[in-house]
Design a protein around this ligand. Structure first.
Ligand SMILES: *Cc1c(COP(=O)(O)O)cnc(C)c1O
Length: 380
């Protein structure tokens, strides 16, 4: 059998540009490799914050630590609880564990797989100190309801660089917005993260906590707060800064591919693109999540679909397991997120950087797989 697609997929991150090379070399030759010596990190933090309409940014070693730092700056402590959605990367929960608090897992909405505000509301108790919506797949979660509770909203925007809800940027929808620059993300330096905020006091705390408890105008060995070295390097900032001006074009590219994919999948019964929450004004398409209906594919389970698609040159991704099944979390069963384990597959960001013909290949391969599956229905 010749696979539907033999030519592979774009690499991520894309090849480095001239400005990235120049900035990186400048840092290398300056000898100022750390953020306490050079100015790349501060200048990137300011530029990134501005790009999301926030006043301040603090760069960190990664996105998990950005979430930890934001929670800690807002006073989350051992014994507290933080509400997180069940369908997300495990770091949304483990960042809470780092503070000593307990992640309490709320179920997600079946149409979007985003945090279900009503389910989250039911889990609010006397120990709830924050709620963490996740801008899953690059579409901002509904944060309006959460904000009205008077509990700090910390956004996990790790997948949502450039996303907008009702015209407002992800990262500026809560008290603090946290992004990741890990290899798979829309902006990347291999690793890295940032917390953005509009609140001056929160910013001062973020800055101090990520810089071993120092104060801006204090001495090198003065540590009025308990803090850690969670700083990004100048190398990372140099690689990241030029990506701010590349982002718009990449987002437009992926949005066009997602539209093509959605249209192409209309020909395939039982494999549908999952749309963003109402109110999304820009989806970044970090992922295109697809809902798989085994009944339309001869009853074959999701694992069989993934295997057959990979054989056709289309490496779809199995996606998350529900966090309700992780031992470090509380909150009880989450039927919607748990069902998603068996029915949701992903097309990842690098695949959406390919061309329209590639999107047609995905649908064509799915049709072939469907035909084959229907000819020999699944039996245990
Ligand atoms: C990537 C990611 C994180 C963690 O970021 P790292 O930089 O890998 O630590 C957290 N939450 C979500 C939703 C993510 O996708």
């Amino acid at each position: 059998m010749t696979p539907v697609r033999t030519e592979g997929w774009p690499q991520w991150p894309p090849p480095a540009g001239e400005e990235q090379r120049e900035r990186l070399l400048r840092v290398l030759e300056s000898g100022e490799w750390g953020a306490t010596a050079g100015s790349e990190t501060e200048s990137f933090a300011a530029a990134f914050a501005e790009s999301v309409g926030a006043s301040y940014g603090v760069c960190t070693v990664n996105g998990t630590v950005a979430l930890f730092l934001a929670l800690r700056a807002l006073g989350v402590r051992p014994g507290d609880e933080v509400i997180v959605p069940a369908y997300t990367f495990v770091a949304s929960a483990t960042a809470v564990v780092l503070t000593g608090a307990r992640p309490v897992v709320a179920d997600v909405l079946s149409e979007t797989l985003h945090l279900d505000p009503a389910a989250a509301r039911r889990l609010v108790g006397p120990r709830t100190r924050a709620v963490m919506p996740v801008h899953l797949a690059g579409a901002p979660a509904d944060t309006e309801a959460l904000r009205s509770w008077g509990i700090p909203v910390v956004e996990d925007a790790a997948q949502a660089h450039g996303a907008r809800r009702h015209g407002r940027a992800a990262g500026s929808l809560g008290v603090a917005g946290c992004f990741s620059f890990q290899s798979s993300k829309a902006m990347t330096a291999g690793e890295g993260g940032i917390v953005v905020t509009d609140d001056r006091r929160t910013y001062e705390r973020l800055w101090s906590l990520h810089n071993v408890g120092r104060r801006r105008d204090g001495g090198w060995y003065e540590h009025p707060e308990l803090g850690w070295n969670l700083r990004m390097t100048e190398f990372q900032a140099a690689v990241l800064h030029p990506q701010l001006s590349m982002l718009e074009q990449q987002l437009a590219h992926r949005a066009a591919r997602a539209a093509t994919l959605e249209a192409a999948l209309e020909e395939v019964e039982g494999l549908d693109l999952i749309g963003p929450p109402a109110g999304t004004t820009r989806h970044t398409w970090h992922l295109a999540m697809l809902r798989y209906a085994p009944a339309a594919f001869g009853g074959h389970p999701k694992a069989a679909l993934l295997e057959a698609m990979t054989a056709q040159g289309i490496p779809l991704d199995a996606g998350y397991r529900s966090l309700s099944r992780e031992r470090c979390t509380g909150g009880g069963p989450c039927p919607v997120a748990e069902a998603a384990e068996d029915t949701v597959v992903w097309v990842r960001q690098p695949m959406l950087m390919a061309d329209d013909a590639a999107m047609a290949d995905i649908a064509r391969a799915a049709l072939l797989v469907q035909q084959a599956f229907r000819q020999r229905p699944f039996s245990r």
